[in-house]
Every structure is written in structure tokens, then in C-alpha cells.
Design a protein around this ligand. Sequence first.
Ligand code: SF4
Ligand code: SF4
Length: 141
Amino acid sequence: MDEPVVTEDEPCEQCGLCCRIFGPGITPTPANVYVWIEQGRTDILHWFVAFREHGDPVACTGLRAEDLGDVVSFEMRNTETGEYVTVCPFLRRVAKNRYLCGIHLVKPEMCWNYQPWIWGETYFNKCPSLKKTGRKCRWPL
Ligand code: SF4
Ligand code: SF4
């Protein structure tokens, strides 16, 4: 696991609410998984299962880059037990009310894209940063 990265340049208040609620359901893109394979990030790959067009589901630690074209979807799982996880395994609590992502620099695309302070209103209206912006879209910046 990486040292959690502090991202002071973002208005995210690092309350961790979005990660705690939606974290167990995140799915990476094939490009995300490709990077993890190339970088030897078995600590991340270990938490995902690949469902393939041909063959049984496999833990992503067993995938090679050339296998990615056969993958239909990825799911976060405890690959030792096959069970769903209840908390994103990459979330780090660094203070009473402060949480950071333990894989911030290589986190899944859907985590990067969750920027309500830029895009405005979302289906998740409990984000404090979203409230501060008045739920308004700031795009284009
Ligand atoms: S990978 Fe990081 S940003 Fe994404 S849900 Fe988990 S802790 Fe949050
Ligand atoms: S809910 Fe909003 S403020 Fe809290 S961690 Fe998520 S994006 Fe940041």
C-alpha cells in the first residue's frame, strides 16, 4: 500500500463519506488494471476478480496484460474467500474525521471522476464539498 497522498489542491474535505458508502462497489477500467499489472501492484489486484468471456472468473493477480481483451467485467471481492467486501480496502483513516485513499495516484478512474465540486449536483447529495459549492457546476473551469 502507498503512503496516503494529501491533496490540498482539491476542495474535497476528505470526510471519506463517498468512499465509505460507494467504495465496496467500485470497478476499475481495463486500463486501470493494465497499469496495476505493469506496475506489479498485486496489493491492488488482489482485491478484484475478473469475469471473462471464456473461462471461469479469476483473481486479477492471475491476469496477464494480454488476457484483458477477454475480460467482460471486474468486481471488488476478497479473492481468498470470494466474498464481497463491506469497506473499500484502500481507505485509510488518518484522523477522527479524516480519510485518505491509500492508492490515490493509481486509484480507479471512477474515483478520479467523482469531483462534485466541479460537476455540481450528483445523485449523492451528502458530500460537504458539493454543499459548499451550492451544488453548482463549475465547468468549464
Ligand atoms: S479506491 Fe480510494 S478513492 Fe476509490 S473508493 Fe477506495 S479509498 Fe475511495
Ligand atoms: S463526500 Fe465529498 S468531501 Fe467527503 S470525501 Fe467524498 S468527495 Fe470528499
